[in-house]
Design a protein around this ligand. Sequence first.
Ligand SMILES: [Zn+2]
Length: 283
Amino acid sequence: MPTAPPSATAPLPSPWPWPTAVGATVGVHAAAAAAAALLPGAAGWAAGAVVVNHLVLTGAGLWPRSALLGPNVSRLPPAAAARREIALTLDDGPDAEVTPAVLDLLAAAGVRATFFCIAERARAQPALVRRIVAAGHSVQNHSRHHRHDFSLLGPRGFEREIGAAQALLADISGVQPHCFRAPAGLRNPLLDPVLHRLGLHLVSWTRRGYDTRDADARRVLERLTRGLAGGDLLLLHDGHARRATGGRPVVLEALPPLLARCRAAGLRPVTLAEALPHRHAAS
Ligand SMILES: [Zn+2]
């Protein structure tokens, strides 16, 4: 895939800093190979060490808030936390029915949020994406198709899913995303080099409402507000929204009391565009 030349103002990405777990993996493989070659009877132990190493890597990929496979933003920077800022993030949209209702609720509360959009959905609803941006919210990258096998992809698959989404979302919204959230938060060790090259932060969350699974808005609200504090990154969904018993999307029932709790606690929602510098920005 051809890469666009960096603009005059964008800092060049530095070489990929190997995450500890990846460096450790290389070390385990080298040590295991040396032991198997040099020490009689060590082959079994060496193979066992490699298997355990791979189980740890797989486990880290299945743990959305883990930073073992590379940097992972699960809270806002300390300065934002000290200012009692939090970030509301909404995934899997835009959705023709739910997103406009979410936008109305946010506007009524005077709150800005971040929408992790699925690029193909954005392409189907470009006017809705532009409405999100015009209201002052941030649009970020949640992959092109939200594939269920995303965490099994290799470097080329990640490039296709994330790079194509970057281009589509930038074209529609007029703003280049600088954050990426993996579908279901799942990934593998090959993801971070791709994000590094594209200048994207991997963003997970501090707490999530499970609003695509739970039909009870009170439980969703409880999960999001238990221990709520400055710097928290909250995950809700405007796409794939679960319906409450009355048929209304749960997110629309949970959002107004959530915004009221934030206000009462003196917490100010900000977008990730405001709260997070670009990945390669000089600090
Ligand atoms: Zn998602």
